[in-house]
Write a protein that binds this ligand. Structure first.
Ligand code: GDP
Length: 525
């Protein structure tokens, strides 16, 4: 691709994720956004329970049964001259690891909050990951059609709990049954909740910030109240500071109701004015890779097997960081130094997969994978080797021993485990003394999904025996003496062969440290 064209294409990209606590309305708002875009392509859908038209991967049965969103998917659409990539994130906290890695692949985030509930635990956790990356965060306070908390309370909570400045782009006029509309400071207009006739959903404001024309709303007390609140905000609240927004230090706040499609388009239009195009990505050695660089580079943030039961395959999701992807191109896989031809690629997967011919920095491509890739891998073209910064890794806290029910079926058992571990679904360890397989996870649900998938995808019934909560601590192999293992800790090796202890509790870790003061233990490899 020519340099100018590449720069123009990259500039059109807006790649973001929606973060929220389950049930705040992420799915509903995503569906609305896709509708505005007329959906170019979509993957996975949004959520099985509502649309019924989702990627019919059999393991998603577990989602249907439990009514939660387990997978992440990628959706792309064109809107207002921009190409938008939405990366969906699993809402359940047991899958936060997956979500966290997905957040490494976006340029901004939209935080959806339930107006009746305010900041919930999962919102807070995900917010902190975005904050750590310093990406811009936009807030949508949802469910205005229901009675929620007073808007001033919500803004105050946002600032206090998340320690971020908030700037209200608009303000609700009433709530629940009394919802009249939103007072839109950014566009200097009032957007009515119920249109009186087809043309009249927006009412202009004059320079004093009051309704320019005569309108029945003017005589309502809620209108007066909102004018006062807005005046208060302007006098005592923050001013919109685009530099702070770009640095993730101020969040523009929008109100609306995703279910009734109120305020969502207003949000999207304003969001696109502020959301950043793809920017630079840091390598492990601190160099910055620019999106407009000629050479292609990207990293794998997610691997998913068997998205379609008719094609037993694995897809590696690549976030393109620089240059242009072309089908059939040769790249170098940094970890092994091997050259690979990327001939089999798909932009997004769903019931209808589309082969992608070309994509640029900011886009996500799915590569069919026959076992070459691992999460965190960098691929690149050109002579200069590139290795992007490590993705965050979670130290598992829950452990089970795992065996195949049928000893005759070891082959499918090993194959299944190897693939699911490579996908990052669970962590695998092996006992030093007995060679037993031990799985580690952040949450119980990960084990359930593992068991379900082993049976459905690899025809392997597994037996899992809980060994409970443990504290995982790595030890330098040079300092290891197998005699250090006792009844209070379990010595295992991880899948790279590195030794670690699984301690029963804080007490047994302290006991170990007292006994071996010179031995260094680390929480993460
Ligand atoms: P997610 O778990 O964050 O993806 O949330 P969903 O989009 O699935 O929404 C959870 C529930 O809230 C569903 O029953 C939605 O219909 C409902 N919901 C979402 N947005 C709104 C809204 O604006 N108003 C009302 N009243 N309900 C909403």
């Amino acid at each position: 691709m020519e340099k100018d064209k590449l720069a123009m294409e990259v500039n059109k990209r807006r790649t973001f994720a929606i973060i929220s606590h389950p049930d705040a309305g992420k799915t509903t708002i995503t569906e609305q956004l896709l509708l505005f875009g007329g959906v170019v392509r979509k993957a996975g859908t949004v959520k099985a329970k509502k649309s019924g038209n989702f990627a019919k991967s059999d393991w998603m049965e577990i989602e249907k049964k439990r009514g939660i969103s387990v997978t992440s998917s990628v959706m792309q659409f064109d809107y207002a001259g921009k190409r938008i990539n939405i990366l969906d994130t699993p809402g359940h906290e047991d899958f936060s690891e997956d979500t966290y890695r997905t957040l490494m692949a976006v340029d901004s985030a939209v935080m959806v909050i339930d107006s009746a509930k305010g900041i919930e635990p999962q919102t807070k956790k995900l917010f902190q990951v975005c904050r750590m990356r310093g990406i811009p965060i936009f807030t949508f306070i949802n469910k205005l059609d229901r009675d929620g908390r007073p808007p001033l309370d919500l803004i105050t909570e946002l600032e206090e709990v998340l320690q971020i400045d908030a700037y209200a782009m608009n303000w609700p006029i009433g709530m629940g049954k009394g919802l009249k509309g939103i007072y839109d400071l950014f566009n200097q207009r009032i957007e009515l909740y119920r249109r009186e006739d087809k043309n009249e959903s927006f009412l202009a404001l004059n320079e004093k910030g009051e309704l320019a024309e005569d309108h029945p709303l003017k005589s309502e007390s809620i209108y007066r109240q909102v004018l006062e609140e807005v005046e208060l905000l302007q006098a005592a609240g923050n001013q919109l500071d685009t530099a702070k927004v770009a640095a993730g230090k101020m969040t523009p706040v929008f109100f609306g109701s995703a279910l009734t499609n109120f305020g969502v388009k207003t949000f999207l239009d304003a969001y696109l004015k502020f959301a950043p195009a793809p920017s630079t990505h840091k390598t492990e050695t601190g160099q910055e890779v620019k999106p407009n660089d000629d050479a292609f580079s990207g990293f794998i943030f997610k691997i998913q097997a068997n998205m379609n039961p008719n094609h037993r395959d694995r897809i590696a999701f690549v976030r393109i960081c620089s240059g242009c992807f072309e089908r059939g191109m040769d790249v170098t896989l940094q970890r092994t130094g091997k050259k690979l031809r990327l001939s089999n690629s798909t932009q997004f997967m769903a019931d209808t997969r589309e082969t992608v011919e070309e994509a640029v920095a900011g886009d996500i491509v799915g590569l069919y994978d026959t076992g070459n890739f691992q999460i965190g891998d960098t691929i690149y073209t050109g002579r200069t080797a590139v290795k992007f910064e490590k993705l965050p890794q979670f130290t598992p806290e829950l452990f089970v021993k795992v065996t195949a029910k049928n000893v005759m079926k070891q082959k499918s058992f090993h194959k299944g485990i190897a693939q699911l571990v490579q996908e990052g679904a669970v962590q695998l360890y092996q006992s030093y003394s007995t060679g037993e397989y031990i799985l580690g996870a952040v949450g119980q649900l990960q084990f359930e999904v593992f068991q379900f998938r082993m049976k459905n995808e690899y025809h392997s019934d597994v037996v899992m025996e809980s060994i409970g909560h443990k504290i995982a601590r790595w030890i330098d192999p040079a300092q290891l003496d197998e005699k250090m293992s006792s009844s209070r800790n379990l010595l295992v090796k991880d899948r790279h062969g590195m030794p670690l202890f699984l301690f029963e509790n804080d007490f047994s870790e302290r006991w170990f440290k007292d006994k071996y003061p010179d031995v260094k233990l680390t929480a993460k490899l």
